[in-house]
Design a protein around this ligand. Structure first.
Ligand SMILES: Cc1cc2nc3c(=O)[nH]c(=O)nc-3n(C[C@H](O)[C@H](O)[C@H](O)COP(=O)(O)OP(=O)(O)OC[C@H]3O[C@@H](n4cnc5c(N)ncnc54)[C@H](O)[C@@H]3O)c2cc1C
Length: 431
């Protein structure tokens, strides 16, 4: 009986585990170590932030989705691969060792943060469900702050939102949240959408490289027509105390700063003793085996995988991670049971970008689509790809409800401080 350890419970972890369960049956031991008990369907994070989808519906509970995999909540901190041992930090309690025969690494990526003064203190990223929920509450709470502010400077700061990075995650997050805030202003008599300032700062000459020049230009025009200040070939130079300084000389105060300049491989991968590329990704061969290390496999954002169609490493996208994970499971099962490994070969099918409700751009193979059809394609594709029938129905129900009722603008920012009310009621300790 082989013991397989899967490090990470994202796209790679979930699809590799599903594939292994199917191909190996009950004869082998599969354990997954992951910090959260759910897989996050990241393409729906922008809609979770804007409230079009209930945040719980864009995460997939791993224990529900996996039938024969033991899910251990914790983190893999390091490996001693020659002795087939992983160092596990469980959710609570001391570190311990975990033995395995084969390891699958799908530990993804983290935000690529540049050394800009003030960013570490002021900014929030956009890669997790927690950040999506936080941003929804943050945007709505800034409207609350502005509505009750008496100082014009404080009011303007609350109503100013800056996004840095014009890739798909930044653009979708900006477009969805601006939509939400504009809709919400109708319930704030003292605020109009013209009072808000939304700024996108992008260092390169164009946004959305995934969809090509024409559609990127269309998306830029569309965002500008909505009043969003899109600044191309511009960098954020400083964000100390919420005071934004841009490379074109512009300075202003912003109450919210969102950092979406891409991702880098999970830094813990460097501790594993495997070969890594210049971006910290584990180098694997076309069969997804770690180069020079038998019984170790890796895929997804944290792996450098030769893409035979481009000659470059495969890009960090869900469409790649999903296919890599399925192939990895197939090749690993073939190694255990005896069989032929297959090389990874997948051509990027394009990109789908939502620009808020009923708007979008899409490039599928060489076909370019914009406006409502692109938005509809985005929704249809992603609900189809969302793992599990249960989640699909919940998301469809959210969308159906949204057709008949106005957008929900409740903000639950105090969720992060659940004990404050009780503590206030308990009062100071008697002397
Ligand atoms: C906002 C957003 C929108 C996106 N939209 C699209 C899209 O429309 N189309 C598309 O193709 N791609 C999209 N992507 C990219 C896509 O989501 C990623 O490429 C994909 O998630 C990569 O899969 P992965 O398994 O490598 O990493 P992940 O899915 O991030 O999974 C990594 C896992 O490793 C776990 N982990 C981290 N550290 C440890 C540790 N020490 N020990 C154990 N486990 C650990 C994490 O908790 C997580 O479960 C989007 C990404 C974002 C952020």
């Amino acid at each position: 009986m082989a013991r397989i350890l899967i490090a990470g419970g994202g796209y790679v972890g979930l699809y590799a585990a599903l594939g292994l369960e199917k191909k190996l049956g009950a004869d082998h031991d599969i354990t997954m170590v992951t910090p959260h008990s759910y897989m996050t369907y990241q393409p729906f994070l922008p809609e979770a932030a804007s409230g079009s989808i209930e945040p719980r519906h864009v995460v997939v509970p791993l224990r529900l989705a996996l039938k024969r995999t033991r899910v251990v909540t914790g983190r893999v901190l390091g490996l001693d691969h020659p002795s087939r041992t992983a160092i596990l930090q469980p959710e609570e309690g001391p570190q311990r060792d975990l033995s395995y025969d084969h390891i699958v690494i799908g530990m993804g990526s983290v935000s690529r943060v540049l050394d800009v003064p003030g960013v570490a203190e002021q900014a929030v990223g956009f890669t997790s469900i927690e950040e999506a929920i936080y941003l929804r509450n943050r945007v709505l709470s800034r409207l609350d702050v502005a509505e009750s502010a008496t100082d014009p400077g404080a009011r303007q700061k609350a109503l100013t939102f800056t996004f840095v990075g014009g890739g798909y995650s930044g653009i979708e997050a900006l477009a969805e949240l601006e939509d939400l805030a504009r809709d919400a202003t109708r319930y704030y008599p003292g605020i109009t959408s013209a009072d808000m300032r939304w700024v996108l700062v992008e260092a390169s000459p164009s946004i959305l490289p995934e969809v090509g020049d024409d559609l990127a230009a269309y998306a830029t025009r569309h965002l500008r027509n909505r009043g969003i200040d899109v600044r191309l070939e511009t960098r954020l130079v400083s964000a100390v105390d919420g005071h934004m300084v841009l490379s074109d000389g512009t300075e202003y105060d912003a109450g919210t700063l969102v950092w979406t300049t891409g991702v880098v491989a999970n830094p813990v991968l460097k501790e594993f003793g495997f070969p890594t590329d210049d971006r910290g990704r584990i180098v694997v061969d076309e069969y997804l085996r770690v180069t020079g290390h038998p019984a170790a496999w890796a895929a997804g954002d944290g792996a450098s995988i030769p893409d035979v169609t481009t000659g470059r490493p495969a890009p960090p996208t869900a469409q790649h991670a999903l296919r890599e994970a399925r192939l990895l499971a197939r090749n690993l099962a073939a190694e255990i049971k005896g069989g032929q490994a297959k090389p990874f070969c997948y051509t990027n099918k394009g990109g789908l970008v939502s620009l808020g409700r009923y708007k979008g751009v899409a490039k599928i193979l060489d076909v370019k689509v914009k406006g409502f059809p692109a938005w509809f394609l985005h929704r249809t594709y992603h609900v189809f790809m969302l793992p599990g029938i249960n989640r699909k129905f919940r998301v469809l129900a959210d969308w159906t409800i949204a057709l008949f009722f106005r957008r929900d603008i409740v903000q639950l920012g105090s969720l992060g401080r659940p004990r404050s009310r009780f503590r206030a009621a308990a009062g100071p300790k008697p002397k």
